[in-house]
Design a protein around this ligand. Structure first.
Ligand SMILES: [Zn+2]
Ligand SMILES: [Zn+2]
Ligand SMILES: [Zn+2]
Length: 220
């Protein structure tokens, strides 16, 4: 149940203050408001993984289209092999996405009741939630399109999936072209380790991410 003060802030047209209040209730409230402490982290990780798969799919479709365009001429044996490899990868990605999307729905629907639930529902009702300054800075800091003028994160990406909105992952094709090289296995492992949510030194970063993602606010 929302507190009287929370309702008053909404009535006064102060939704951000209401989110700060919900955050304070979540952090300092009774034990029952703090159940499932991993929830926010899981939501961010799953959402990121969904975007990774979706952005890889978009990139592969673009590459296939370029390779098979009419003015390209007949394909060499290597190119045909590459095409077959990409088609197989696309099928595998579609399967992974299908499963993960259901897991994400289940996790999202199991948001612990209380201030966290109210904050998340409020913040997600804003169609432009992901354009919050902190999330854009985080995207730019990781080498994403928010650090360039291409504008990829401001428009829908070329897919019907729910992840058509949102920031770059290491699979963004535009970032790949700006970077100038494909990430190998070692690059991916290093990146994952660097931003690992379980690292002590990443605690502040993840706290800020959780605030931005779930509450739509920044650290005061
Ligand atoms: Zn990008
Ligand atoms: Zn871009
Ligand atoms: Zn971005």
């Amino acid at each position: 149940m929302a507190s009287k003060f929370e309702k008053l802030l909404i009535k006064l047209g102060k939704p951000t203050w209401a989110q700060h209040l919900r955050h304070a209730q979540h952090i300092h409230g009774p034990q029952k408001t703090k159940i499932d402490p991993e929830w926010a982290k899981d939501i961010i990780k799953m959402d990121t993984h969904l975007r990774e798969i979706g952005q890889r799919e978009i990139y592969l479709h673009e590459e296939i289209k370029a390779l098979t365009s009419l003015d390209h001429g007949p394909l060499s044996t290597e190119q045909r092999a590459q095409l077959a490899k990409w088609e197989m990868e696309l099928e595998d990605l579609a399967r992974k996405y299908w499963h993960l999307e259901r897991e994400f729905y289940r996790r999202e629907a199991s948001v612990p009741p209380g201030p966290l639930q109210r904050a998340y529902a409020t913040w997600r009702s804003n169609p432009e939630w992901y354009l919050l300054g902190y999330l854009r800075d985080d995207c730019a800091g990781r080498g994403g399109c928010c650090g360039r003028s291409c504008g990829c994160c401001e428009r829908e990406r070329d897919t019907e999936k729910r992840i058509r909105l949102g920031h770059c992952t290491i699979e963004c094709g535009c970032c790949r072209r700006a970077r100038g090289f494909d990430l190998n296995h070692e690059d991916r492992v290093r990146y994952q380790k660097l931003f690992d949510c379980d690292l002590k030194e990443n605690e502040a970063l993840w706290d800020s991410l959780k605030l931005a993602y779930v509450f739509g606010i920044m650290m005061l």
